[in-house]
Write a protein that binds this ligand. Structure first.
Ligand code: SAH
Ligand code: SF4
Length: 373
């Protein structure tokens, strides 16, 4: 059975055309599905009855099923979502005064194995489908009461003014650019006025630095870009972010510059996890200033979020302040990410979900821990 959540507008128009249906019908159905959060064809009252009946027999609207819904003391909300065969991914909603951000997962696990990331430590099972990716936004809108379907009494205007999810960051489990096609289909839906109508500046892809895919994203769907830098030189980055061995820093910096030519924002955000005694010294900060000299950028320092057996510690707050100070003195806008939701393991790098590890990485990880002194 076809899941309509797997289609962006072009895809839905094509599928409708194959069935002899006009493009405006596809737009109509798309609005019901994504704007109204409707999953029942019978309720699509302005769609012809015969079309509703044929949709009901050939298609469905199915998002991943929530297994657990946890609310942090700070209001951060985390859902564990079933994606079948014993795999589950996590989605996190972070409310702030002026915006609401949904942190979306792109893969069950991650193959890239960054040293400090609990998702990476679990290994990789599979890419999420486009429907499973956009399904996280579809479902969160519904569960937060933003979709009309969930709050039928609100007028459209009231609902839009109080848009609950104003920003999406692809910073959940997985490397989004390693699941390129499905992520781009989902991004297009986030941006489409017939679906979620988010501004390109408010949709962010975070990548560990897959250079050819950064170039493709620039051509196919430029949105705000965040790059997980985490190190100021290749030696250190080779160890912390192993994909660096394939795409070293000079290539990554050049890709960032090329991206900015078409990006909706005029800077790249560099994420930098602060690991005590590993990458957080004054010398690292000075090296970073030189590294990013030709790349318009902002820095977002992320205090390391611990998880069992990580082997790393968070840099002390005073160290993070000094490190930020060096970047700021060099004229680089630098913020330190507030830790949100860590009481429910919803903070950056803590999303573990549940992954049937095809790569057996978790086993290797535990073994590698055992041989340590
Ligand atoms: N795979 C993508 C996006 C997901 S991770 C990427 O790597 O960019 C989102 C951010 O959280 C990344 O910058 C990632 O490096 C960071 N992160 C991973 N583990 C972390 C941890 N334990 N503490 C703090 N940040 C972490
Ligand atoms: Fe994968 Fe990102 Fe974690 Fe690295 S930091 S292992 S790329 S999810």
């Amino acid at each position: 059975m076809i899941n309509l959540l797997d289609f962006d507008l072009d895809g839905l128009v094509d599928w409708f055309a194959e069935r002899g249906e006009k493009a405006f019908r596809a737009r109509q159905v798309m609005r019901w599905v994504h704007r109204e959060g409707c999953d029942d064809f019978e309720r699509m009252t302005d769609v012809a009855k015969s079309l509703r009946a044929s949709l009901a027999t050939n298609a469905c609207i199915r998002a991943p099923r929530p297994l657990r819904d946890t609310v942090s003391a700070d209001g951060t909300r985390k859902w564990l979502l079933d994606v079948g065969n014993g795999n589950a991914v996590e989605t996190v909603f972070i409310p702030e005064t002026s915006r609401g951000t949904l942190c979306v997962s792109s893969q069950a696990g991650c193959a890239l194995d960054c040293a400090f990331c609990s998702t990476g430590k679990q290994g990789f099972n599979r890419n999420l489908t486009a429907g499973e990716i956009i399904g996280q936004l579809w479902l969160a809108n519904k569960l937060l009461g933003a979709a009309r379907d969930a709050a039928p009494d609100l007028e459209a205007g009231e609902r839009d003014n109080g848009r609950i999810i104003s920003n999406v960051v692809m910073m959940g489990m997985g490397e989004p650019l390693a699941n390129f096609d499905n992520v781009v289909t989902a991004l297009r839906l986030m941006l489409d006025d017939h679906a979620y109508g988010l501004s390109r500046r408010r949709v962010t892809v975070s990548t560990s630095g897959i250079v050819p895919a950064i170039d493709r994203l620039r051509e196919e769907c430029p949105v705000a870009l965040a790059v997980s830098l985490h190190a100021s030189n290749d030696d250190l980055r080779d160890r912390l972010v192993p994909i660096n061995r394939k795409y070293p820093l000079a290539e990554l910096m050049a890709a960032c510059q090329r991206y900015l030519v078409r990006a909706p924002r005029d800077f790249v955000t560099f994420e930098y996890v602060m690991l005590d005694g590993v990458n957080d010294q004054d010398a690292h900060a000075r090296e970073l200033v030189a590294l990013v000299r030709d790349v318009p950028c902002k820095f977002n320092l992320i205090p390391f979020n611990p998880f069992p057996h990580s082997g790393f510690r968070r840099s002390p707050a005073e160290r993070i302040r000094r490190f930020a100070g060096i970047l700021i003195d060099a004229g680089i806008v630098t913020t330190t990410r507030k830790t949100r939701g860590d009481d429910v393991d919803a903070a950056c790098g803590q999303l573990a979900g549940q992954v049937q590890d095809k790569t057996r990485r978790s086993v290797r990880f535990v073994q590698s821990m055992e041989v340590r002194p």
